[in-house]
Design a protein around this ligand. Structure first.
Ligand code: PLP
Length: 232
């Protein structure tokens, strides 16, 4: 049952917060709904979930139309510039901004729609070739460049840590991302806050919370294994 899984994850989050001496209200759970069908999302909604994460624009838009309007949608997947226009003004937060060119497109569309878009800068902490995201070294420069764009507001950083057998293997990556966010915060850049750290998935969200995550993105842990053969 999705409801039971959600409850278990919430309880684990609270325990991790206690271990880290953090208030449980500091950490929000994003239910990663990609590939799951609408009835399953409705089950999570009925159980109280309001933050949903999707990684494909079309799938997200399809689901938005069929689900209640008070859901906060999070774009967590790689975003192509030509798709930006479909989601600006509709999503709560874009987690995956990894280039100035993408940020410029979001800025342009936001001005056109007269909205301000909240975004995170995606950092590839482990420098995996298979993943998107700026390097830790280039993150500061990218944040500074994006910060002057109108219609866009940087709220923090996001990372997708490596797939590992033991979550402890990712602890240093989460710690590094937290440190990077502190370094950026200390620069006091106009229009930039580092209040959000989006890190941790089913396999490693508890370690991520211990290291400072404010959003954890959990899919499998709530909905079970994804079935890509029926995708959507
Ligand atoms: C799929 C996905 C998740 C959720 O992964 P699980 O291991 O199923 O919890 C989290 N973040 C991103 C960016 C994803 O694409």
């Amino acid at each position: 049952m999705i409801k039971d899984k959600l409850l278990q994850v919430q309880q684990q989050i609270e325990k991790a917060c206690e271990r880290a001496h953090r208030a449980s209200g500091e950490v929000s759970l994003i239910a990663v709904t990609k590939t799951n069908p609408v009835p399953k999302l409705m089950e999570a909604y009925a159980a109280g979930s309001r933050d949903f994460g999707e990684n494909k624009v079309q799938e997200m838009l399809d689901k938005m139309q069929q689900l209640p309007g008070d859901i906060r949608w999070h774009m967590i997947g790689h975003l192509q510039r030509n798709k930006v226009k479909y989601i600006v003004g509709k999503v709560h937060l874009i987690h995956s901004v990894d280039s100035l060119r993408l940020a410029e497109e979001i800025s342009k569309e936001s001005i056109k729609k007269q909205v301000t878009s909240d975004i995170l800068v995606e950092v590839n902490v482990a420098q995996e070739a298979s993943k998107f995201g700026t390097t830790s070294q280039e993150a500061m420069e990218l944040v500074e460049a994006i910060s002057v764009l109108p219609g866009i507001r940087i709220k923090g950083l996001m990372t997708i840590a490596p797939y590992v057998d033991h979550p402890e293997e990712n602890r240093e990556y989460f710690r590094n991302l937290k440190q990077l966010s502190v370094d950026i915060e200390n620069k006091n850049i106009d229009n930039v806050s580092m209040e959000v750290l989006s890190m941790g998935m089913t396999g490693d969200y508890l370690v991520a919370i211990e290291e400072g995550a404010t959003y954890v993105r959990v899919g499998t842990g709530i909905f079970g294994a994804r079935d890509y053969s029926v995708s959507k």
